[in-house]
Design a protein around this ligand. Structure first.
Ligand SMILES: Cc1cc2nc3c(=O)[nH]c(=O)nc-3n(C[C@H](O)[C@H](O)[C@H](O)COP(=O)(O)OP(=O)(O)OC[C@H]3O[C@@H](n4cnc5c(N)ncnc54)[C@H](O)[C@@H]3O)c2cc1C
Length: 303
């Protein structure tokens, strides 16, 4: 039986999901918790919580996911990576998640401990690729597993064809949906999904959107993630960069246009990289609703 997330992705209404990271400081944690508790108007289908580089946030990620599950009506998805863990340790984490009633996991390989661009080396006794983690989790029969996808190709991939084939393998291993890296051109998403369909993989691919409110930070993120920040878009941001309000307005405008194009192209949902600030995501959703191209919040986000 498909999971709740998969059923929602297969339904007519596009889903909404938001990504957060577990803050390091007590002040950051308090502020994020206020944000999380104030999401009713958005009623996301799920919220996903990242797992820090080299597993550095394991306990904070797990604590936040647990708290969201027990104290709110939101559906948390826990990111889990293979970095720094053996197969047995990942199996133990999976058991811990099930004990806590957490069954939604985004299964990732993770970036090399040396950072994106460094050579990837699997932990001794651990996994080499995310597909192996998908297989472990899906094999337990209790998890709803999602995976990462890269519309511009994963930076380590020799070709898009290889990357699409490896994504299809993750889906064949049991992933029910994929969420993409952020990108700024809807054509990249449609071309990518077409390639995936062409290799016989029908898994829903949720586009990831990063509303730009800080162009300098976006340039850094894009360079780190191997994603492109298109030069014409970058130039348009540079024209308004002296004025934070104008940057914000332009960033929301650009995200609305991208979201409209993606929904028109049949995207099954929208996943927002919030960087723990939801104002821009909220404004994008409000604008999409006003333009009648977006869902009204479902009554019960936990159903
Ligand atoms: C939505 C999303 C959320 C993310 N969240 C986090 C997070 O919380 N924490 C974190 O550390 N990172 C996160 N990342 C980053 C991700 O971990 C890195 O981009 C990582 O480098 C790739 O992870 P993956 O799961 O796609 O790996 P994989 O699917 O294993 O792919 C990694 C590379 O190996 C190739 N490959 C796969 N299988 C094979 C094979 N059989 N033979 C040869 N090559 C193969 C792929 O084409 C790709 O180039 C996220 C990325 C996305 C898009």
């Amino acid at each position: 039986m498909p999971s709740t997330i998969r059923r929602r992705l297969d339904a007519d209404q596009p889903t909404l999901s938001l990504e957060f990271y577990p803050p390091k400081t007590a002040a950051g944690q308090r502020s994020l918790w206020e944000t999380v508790c104030d999401l009713e108007d958005l009623a996301p289908d799920f919220v996903s919580i990242t797992y820090g580089a080299a597993g550095s946030t394991r306990d904070r990620t797990l604590d936040l996911v647990r708290r969201i599950r027990s104290e709110t009506s939101l559906r948390p998805v826990m990111h889990l990576t293979c970095v720094g863990s053996t197969r047995d340790e990942l199996a133990a984490t999976a058991a811990e998640l099930l004990d806590a009633g957490i069954t939604d996991v985004l299964a990732l390989r993770g970036d090399p401990p040396g950072g994106p661009g460094a050579e990837w080396e699997a932990t001794a006794g651990g996994f080499r690729y995310a597909a192996e983690l998908v297989e472990l989790l899906a094999g337990l029969g209790a998890f709803a597993v999602g995976v990462a996808a890269f519309p511009e190709g994963h930076p380590e991939s020799p070709s898009m064809t290889d990357d699409v084939r490896h994504l299809a393998a993750k889906c064949a291993a049991g992933a029910e949906y994929a969420i993409t890296q952020f990108f700024f051109d809807a054509k990249q998403y449609t071309a990518f999904v077409e390639e995936l369909r062409a290799v016989g993989c029908a898994t829903p691919v949720v586009p990831g959107l990063l509303p730009v409110t800080n162009p300098a930070q976006t340039r850094r993120f894009a360079a780190k993630a191997g994603a492109s920040f298109p030069p014409e878009l970058d130039a348009a941001f540079q024209e308004v960069e002296h004025d934070p309000d104008a940057v914000y307005e332009f960033g929301v405008d650009q995200a609305v246009r991208l979201a409209e194009d993606l929904l028109a192209a049949g995207a099954p949902g929208l996943h927002f990289y919030t960087l723990n600030r939801v104002a821009a995501t909220r404004d994008v959703c409000t604008r999409l609703r006003r333009a009648s191209v977006w869902r009204t919040p479902p009554g019960d986000a936990s159903a």
